[in-house]
Unconditional design. Structure first.
Length: 135
């Protein structure tokens, strides 16, 4: 339902009628809470929802291109470790090197999200928007 509503609004805003009521003003300021609402857990579905709300149709295609690997599988791997640690308090069979590698994976995933959002906003609005409102 939310997805269809967003598609409808997006379609209406791209039509000719919107030109009659719009001015070339800067995009509205929004807070993070306006976008993420009650979504907190970084699952694949939740990340897709968040980025769709921003106008990105399939964030995981872009993340996969940036990371040069299956971004959904990487996120699932990180999420399963997080769940295991949260519920049991231990990670059997995981070495210090494995933990360093997973922290590196988390950093790469977060950097890919950041790069993707930056590229999208600069393409959609301008780099000035990023510098003024999001930096």
């Amino acid at each position: 339902a939310e997805r269809e509503l967003i598609k409808s609004v997006r379609s209406a805003l791209e039509g000719e009628a919107v030109k009659l009521i719009s001015t070339p003003a800067t995009p509205p300021l929004v807070s993070g809470k306006d976008i993420y609402g009650t979504i907190k857990y970084p699952s694949e579905d939740n990340i897709k929802k968040l980025f769709f709300r921003l106008g990105v149709d399939n964030i995981f295609n872009e993340l996969g291109r940036i990371l040069k690997q299956d971004a959904a599988a990487l996120l699932e791997s990180l999420g399963s470790l997080r769940t295991q640690l949260a519920h049991t308090g231990v990670l059997p069979g995981i070495s210090a090197k494995d933990i360093r590698n997973k922290i590196g994976d988390i950093l790469r995933f977060a950097a890919a999200l950041d790069r993707s959002l930056y590229s999208f906003l600069c393409r959609t609005y301008s780099q000035q928007y990023w510098n003024t409102h999001l930096k």
